[in-house]
Write a protein that binds this ligand. Structure first.
Ligand code: SME
Length: 155
């Protein structure tokens, strides 16, 4: 349930806006903050969108849009930690069915996490939540992997 008619078009616009706002800027915090903001406001069914950055073997909360979230996630833990370990995107239709899901926001029902990889090396994960079940599909995966590829090039 997303209430959006054309996800593909929404991601096309968001990705082009991400290219525009990051063009020529080298500051990582500013770039990741703008990427989260563009995504959160382009896709109305998102309740949270942001980055966890790999630092000293742990995922640490980075720039995001949404309610306050847990700060540190160990590899393998929760959806983000699993994504970091497997280096593959993960779509969770109902977080209540995902063993070990870390409930930052009790209203979150579905989630997608995409790895941010530079030359195969994990730099961060891009995490998006929705308050409705089954919000994310292959269109979200494609769009967010494109956004993650831009983010990776900025590390
Ligand atoms: N639910 C995530 C934790 C991060 S929040 O959703 C912002 C997880 O299980 O990894």
């Amino acid at each position: 349930m997303t209430g959006i008619l054309n996800k593909k078009e929404a991601y096309r616009k968001a990705v082009s806006e991400i290219r525009a706002v990051t063009d020529g800027e080298k500051d990582l915090t500013a770039n990741l903050a703008n990427i989260s903001a563009v995504l959160k406001w382009a896709l109305p069914y998102y309740s949270w969108a942001g980055f966890y950055i790999l630092k000293d073997g742990e995922l640490v909360l980075g720039p995001f849009q949404g309610k306050p979230a847990c700060i540190r996630i160990k590899p393998g833990r929760g959806v983000c930690g699993r994504c970091a370990t497997e280096k593959e995107s993960i779509i969770v239709d109902d977080v209540r069915e995902f063993p070990g899901h870390i409930a930052c926001d009790p209203d979150s029902r579905s989630e997608i996490v995409v790895p941010v990889l530079r030359s195969g090396e994990l730099k961060a994960v891009l995490d998006v939540d929705s308050a409705a079940a089954c919000s994310f599909d292959e269109e979200d995966r494609r769009g967010l992997e494109e956004a993650a590829a831009i983010a990776a090039s900025l590390f």
